[in-house]
Design a binder for this molecule. Structure first.
Ligand code: GAP
Length: 452
């Protein structure tokens, strides 16, 4: 069966089931801004937890950091963002819309019938102008006397300026890394394709500091490692690719970058970038601050400025890729079933507990007791509203891998039905063994049943 997913279907499911809402909707919404509801929060938390587990918890050579969103404004001058972090934009004098000059082929103009900007007789585009992507703010209560500052456009700089603190306290020798998850802000002017490109988003970035001669080797290592992370979490290999940047695409700090791209419904697009930043950042901050950001071997006295390899991923873009890759439709008993076949480790809710006849107090009591037991171990949901078929469909749409149903037979033999989201297979298991059974299942390797 061909892949049924479209961006519209994802947007509609995300809204219907409370993953993602347009921001400030009662005021007409705010372009490229979204709010995350209950299941969106749980899904994002799972993405971040899996990243931290792979990047920090399961490694000896990477430590965590949480730096401020507002840094000293000099950081952004020295990093090159004040002068170099911009998009080339063109305005259309006819339709008054603004477009990225390097992405005109992906945009639609405001004329009717709409074409790519510049494609109709009416289009009247200006020359490209540079537009800085950083959000400016002011520190201090008095507007005129305050200090201009920026909301960080990447979490990476907070890591570089803390290099000395962390290297000393963590007693790590290159190669070692510092990992950070946090919000970043960019004044994106182009339409966002849902949560693919937004004004504020979360990044998962790791700066890996290495001896200069080892950087090329570590760059290759991290491209493979990061690709593997998405595969382990169930994304189809056919929908992932690695693309090396052309020289003219490289960011001002990078000497080589490879993007891990996902085949979104809008086409192949960046999911994560792995950059070889050389010693650009540590050198620049050393020169400007007067603090030497270098590695010194206390025994041999050897000293050098490490080079940096940076895997930089987006939480929201990963979440979107996981949802798209998981989205499936099939006909079951003459009805369309929509299901998110998420990896169980990513799924917002791991198990639903469903009393078949909620009015039956004995059944409801047993179901409630089982739910109370399970929710100490995993994110569980108790649902007693509506027909059982509707309750299953609700859980399918949020990607819950297992549902446990308590019925009249439970009252006779203390067994429950466990239903598998993907195969729809049902089996009876003992209520006392349900927790162990579920935990075993959740720990098993999982591969998507989706083809392609
Ligand atoms: N420190 C390097 C850096 O920031 P980047 O490629 O600009 O590199 C890293 O950003 C990741 O952050 C991207 O691969 C993407 O997943 C995410 N990202 C960047 N801009 C975004 C935006 N406006 N909305 C959502 N995610 C974004």
């Amino acid at each position: 069966m061909p892949d049924a997913v479209t961006m519209d279907k994802i947007v509609s499911l995300a809204r219907r089931r409370g993953f993602v809402f347009p921001s400030s909707e009662i005021y007409g919404g705010l372009g490229s801004s979204y709010d995350y509801g209950h299941y969106g929060v749980l899904l994002k938390e799972n993405v971040k937890a899996r990243w931290l587990e792979a990047m920090v918890r399961e490694r000896d050579d990477i430590v965590a950091l949480d730096s401020s969103i507002i840094l000293h404004p000099r950081v952004w001058e020295v990093s090159g963002h004040v002068t170099g972090f911009h998009d080339p934009l063109v305005d259309c004098r006819f339709c008054k819309l603004r477009f990225r000059a390097d992405q005109l082929d992906q945009a639609q103009c405001g004329a009717k019938p709409s074409k790519h900007p510049g494609g109709t007789d009416k289009c009247d585009l200006t020359e490209p102008r540079h537009f800085n992507l950083m959000f400016k703010t002011r520190i201090g209560p008095v507007e005129e006397a305050g200090l201009d500052a920026y909301l960080r456009p990447e979490t990476a700089q907070g890591i570089f300026v803390n290099f000395k603190n962390v290297a000393q306290i963590a007693r790590r020798k290159p190669p070692f890394g510092i990992a950070q998850i946090g919000k970043a802000f960019r004044n994106e002017i182009t339409p966002g394709n849902f949560i693919f490109r937004t004004l504020e988003f979360e990044q998962m970035e790791m700066e890996y500091f290495v001896p200069p001669g080892e950087a090329a080797e570590w760059f290759r290592f991290w491209v493979e490692e990061r690709l593997d992370w998405y595969l382990r979490l169930g994304i189809r290999r056919s929908h992932l690719r690695v693309r090396e940047h052309e020289a003219e695409e490289l960011a001002h700090y990078s000497s080589a970058t490879s993007d891990i791209e996902y085949l979104y419904p809008i086409g192949w697009s960046e999911l994560e970038g792995i950059a070889h930043r050389g010693d650009f950042d540590l050198q620049a901050h050393t020169e400007a601050s007067g603090t030497k950001l270098e590695w010194v071997d206390s025994e041999t006295g050897e000293r050098y400025t490490p080079h940096v390899v940076e895997p930089a991923a987006g939480v929201n873009r990963s979440m979107l890729a996981f949802m798209i890759d998981a989205y499936d439709e099939e006909i079951v008993a003459d009805r369309l079933r929509t299901v998110l076949r998420l990896h169980p480790q990513i799924a917002p809710v791991k198990v639903a507990v469903l009393p078949l006849i909620p009015r039956n107090e004995e059944i409801a009591g047993k179901a409630r007791a089982l739910y109370e037991e399970l929710r100490h171990a995993v994110v569980a949901e108790y649902d007693d509203s509506g027909q059982i078929g509707r309750r299953y469909r609700r859980q399918d749409e949020i990607g819950t891998p297992y549902a446990l149903t308590i019925d009249e037979q439970t009252l006779e033999d203390d067994t429950v039905t466990i239903r598998d989201r993907d195969s729809l297979a049902q089996e009876r298991i003992s209520i006392s063994g349900a927790r162990a059974f579920l935990l075993d299942r959740l720990a098993e390797d999982w591969k998507t049943p989706k083809s392609g």
